[in-house]
Design a protein around this ligand. Structure first.
Ligand code: UD1
Ligand code: CA
Length: 449
């Protein structure tokens, strides 16, 4: 049985930000959400987040019924943070997995290995360590030949000789809670930072074993914006490798960004300068970019999207988007449509084989199949107070520069003459002309004097 505690009470001074450090975004999710996600597959019996600096903001950002929050009202160190758990874990006889809330790249397998070692050797504590070429800022771990930890000394408390030890504490620990609970009340703050260090408890609980992490990138702690950017690069490299190995072509991967929440099928091609965000799913054979942003959207097979922005929308098989199209607000485009140059769709549904090829705005519209939206067709959907719907039937064509003043309905097989301003509903199967007739006045120039 394991309970997880996540340390997230610190402000993160080195971020130089009003936002608590753990809420800074890293590839679409906050730093601490990533830490929480890494423990999910372990099915812990409880997950406790220790909050302090801007506790309310952190709690709101993490609204999830199964998380518990414990407040550390003053931040007197990582040991002091874990002391706050004492009243909440009274009588608990299992293990406590402690994670730093600012170490977001940990893999679940690494945690599994830590827990396994802890249980196999029946240690009082097991900690994650690594040998870093540049260990500056990290606590140094001193072990005997059998990986049994003798001491952990914080960087600021190390002598020059101790600093030569490059084995560092990753800030990830598994404790037998009964042992830790006995030691916690007796921690002292006699160190350079005048803080109660959790690392001091480690050496008092009994036998403590160090386990080296396989990939040292996993234990990168985020203390400043530079480390945040480094973490993003590592994350991107992981995500891109995964999709390339799964059969996705990335052309110029360096110029592409993909959130790890995105799902792609084999034979998707992502062109340069393209960004895929949030809950996006793209089916096989689609070619996205160059220069597109797709977020929280579902794209069917063989869709193309060239220099376009697609947000919160759905596009069916074989539809071509762009160049320079903008779909947003739950646009739903059918199969084999064409949405072309400078066309914006907002909260609009288009049936199959409908085209809107040039310079249009369709907002709050429901459009049938095989419709042709002429260049410059605009739905006037907003009267300054409310948004109104427009309906267009199957096989209807709007001429260039049509204005549809909503609420308005056009039937099936309607032809709208170019330059019309449609204010009244139009029945099926007709031509509608809603503009002034052209007037020609011969000799007008001579007669005007
Ligand atoms: C800590 C470890 C160090 C290790 C490093 C790994 C201690 C004393 N040192 O140092 O050995 O190498 O992590 O990244 O533990 N926090 C609280 N309450 C507090 C203080 C901190 O919740 O009173 C939280 C912070 O929000 C953060 C985490 O604990 O998520 C770590 O704190 P931080 O100040 O960054 O510790 P480090 O100096 O990095
Ligand atoms: Ca840190």
């Amino acid at each position: 049985m394991v309970v997880v505690a996540i340390l997230a009470a610190g402000r993160g001074t080195r971020m130089k930000s009003d936002l608590p450090k753990v809420l800074h975004s890293l590839g679409g999710r906050s730093i601490v959400e990533r830490v929480i996600a890494s423990v999910e597959p372990l099915s812990p019996s409880r997950r406790i987040v220790i909050v302090g600096y801007q506790a309310e903001e952190v709690k709101t950002a993490l609204q999830s019924s199964s998380l518990e929050f414990v407040e550390q009202t003053v931040q007197l160190g990582t040991g002091h943070a874990i002391q706050q758990l004492l009243p909440h874990l009274e009588g608990y006889g299992g293990d406590l997995l402690v994670l730093n809330g600012d170490v977001p790249l940990l893999r679940t397998q690494t945690l599994e290995k830590l827990l396994q070692t802890h249980q196999t050797y029946q240690n009082a504590a097991t900690i994650l360590t690594s040998h870093l070429p540049n260990p500056k800022g990290y606590g140094r771990v001193f072990c005997n030949g059998d990986n049994i930890v003798q001491q952990i000394i914080e960087d600021k408390d190390c002598s020059p000789a101790q600093k030569q030890n490059h084995r560092i504490n990753a800030g990830i620990y598994c404790f037998r809670w009964e042992n830790l609970a006995q030691v916690l009340p007796h921690l002292q703050a006699n160190n350079a930072q005048k803080e109660y260090y959790l690392t001091d408890a480690v050496t008092q609980v009994g036998r403590v074993m160090a386990v080296d992490v396989e990939d040292e990138q996993e234990i990168l702690g985020i203390n400043d914006r530079l480390q945040l950017a480094t973490a993003y690069e590592i994350l991107q490299a992981r995500v891109k490798e995964k999709w390339m190995m799964a059969g996705v072509t990335l052309i110029d991967p360096q110029s592409i960004t993909i959130d790890d929440t995105v799902e792609l099928q084999p034979d998707v091609i992502i062109e340069p300068q393209t960004h895929l965000r949030g809950n996006t799913f793209i089916h096989s054979g689609s070619r996205i970019g160059p220069g597109s942003l797709i977020e929280n959207s579902h794209l069917g097979a063989n869709v193309t999207a060239l220099y376009s922005v697609v947000s919160d929308s759905t596009i069916q098989t074989g539809t071509r988007i762009g160049p320079y199209a903008h779909l947003r607000g739950h646009a739903q485009v059918g199969a084999n449509c064409r949405i072309g140059n400078f066309v914006e769709l907002k909260n609009t549904q288009l049936g199959d084989r409908t085209n809107a090829a040039h310079l249009s705005y369709l907002g709050d519209a429901t459009v049938g199949t095989q419709v042709n939206i002429g260049a410059g067709t605009i739905t006037a959907n907003y009267d300054g107070v409310k948004k109104h719907p427009t309906k267009i039937g199957d096989r209807t064509s709007t001429g260039a520069n049509t204005v549809l003043v909503a609420p308005v309905t056009l039937g099936d097989d309607v032809y709208v003459a170019a330059g019309s301003t449609i204010t009244d509903d139009v029945p099926n199967d007709c031509l509608v002309i809603a503009r002034e007739r052209q007037v020609i006045k011969s000799g007008w120039r001579k007669n005007r004097e």
